[in-house]
Design a protein around this ligand. Structure first.
Ligand code: NAD
Length: 257
């Protein structure tokens, strides 16, 4: 499969899943636009590293996606957007009655509203080229719930619903829109939580991973950023041209429970 000639914008791609997805799309030959809210030398160096490693054009554009205007500007500044991967996301954990209002607003803005803004800005560019792929990184929590993650779960269910409407509005235009629903993925953020969990539960690493973190993931294995990247690349391929408006779970069986 080749994505040569396509430009991919991946939001929230200076770490974790977004970076893994960006690397997979670059490997398939896509030009890359990386993004996050910071504007550090290392962010730009990341894009330069991907360009050198895969022989594609890659650049980093700073945009704070909690701001709808900035989200639309990101796509305008990219200039082209054949592939849009809405990946940026944050989390906060608290019971509903104690959930800080500003955290609720921020999670809805970054995890849900930014998907609306980038999609609205990208669709005219995709239509002008008669082709497009939108991949929204939702979550198993876009399909099921857990306590204390109300904003995240509301946002991710919202992303799944928005994915379906986007697919229907573009169904006749060679543009597809789908959501990937990962279970737990081993990112630096998740890895960093393991030592604390070992202390809290008095368990070794293997027990924490199996019985605490992956308690609801029947495979008892984390998904990897490469697997999310590979699923994204598949959804961008010709083989997936008739897959639209749906979710693909990469969750080791979580949502089959
Ligand atoms: P991460 O923290 O490594 O990545 C999040 C990315 O979003 C980072 O690049 C971060 O800089 C960026 N970001 C945060 N706030 C932003 C803002 N205001 N503007 C622009 N960018 C911003 O975490 P991750 O685990 O790689 O998560 C990526 C996506 O995958 C998220 O949407 C998350 O909800 C989803 N997800 C993760 C898991 C998991 O187990 N790691 C599981 C299911 C879904």
């Amino acid at each position: 499969m080749s994505l040569a000639g396509k430009t991919a914008v991946v939001t929230g791609s200076n770490s974790g899943i977004g970076l893994g997805v960006a690397r997979c799309l670059a490997e398939a030959g896509a030009k890359l636009v990386l993004n996050s809210f910071t504007d550090r030398d290392e962010d730009h160096a990341l894009a330069e590293g991907i360009a050198a490693e895969f022989g594609v054009k890659a650049r980093y554009i700073q945009a704070d996606l909690s701001d709808g205007y900035a989200a639309r500007q990101l796509i305008e500044n990219a200039g082209a957007c054949d592939i849009l991967v809405n990946n940026a996301g944050i989390q906060h954990v608290a019971p509903i009655e104690d959930f800080p209002v500003e955290q609720w607003d921020r999670i809805i803005a970054i995890n849900l509203s930014s998907v609306f803004h980038t999609t609205a800005a990208a669709l005219p560019l995709m239509r002008s080229r008669g082709w497009g792929r939108i991949v929204n990184v939702a979550s198993a929590h876009g399909l099921t719930a857990s306590p204390f993650k109300s904003a995240y779960i509301a946002a991710k269910h919202g992303v799944v619903g928005f994915t379906k409407t986007t697919a229907l509005e573009t169904a006749e235009e060679k543009i597809t829109c789908n959501a990937i629903c990962p279970g737990y993925v081993l990112t630096p953020l998740v890895e960093a939580q393991i030592p604390d969990q070992m202390k809290t539960h008095g368990m070794d690493r293997e027990q924490v991973v199996r019985d605490v973190m992956l308690a609801r993931q029947p495979s008892k294995e984390f998904a990897t950023v490469e697997q999310i990247g590979g699923t994204t690349a598949f959804l961008c391929s010709e083989a997936a041209a008739q897959i639209t408006g749906t979710t693909i779970s990469v969750d080791g069986g979580w949502t089959a429970l």
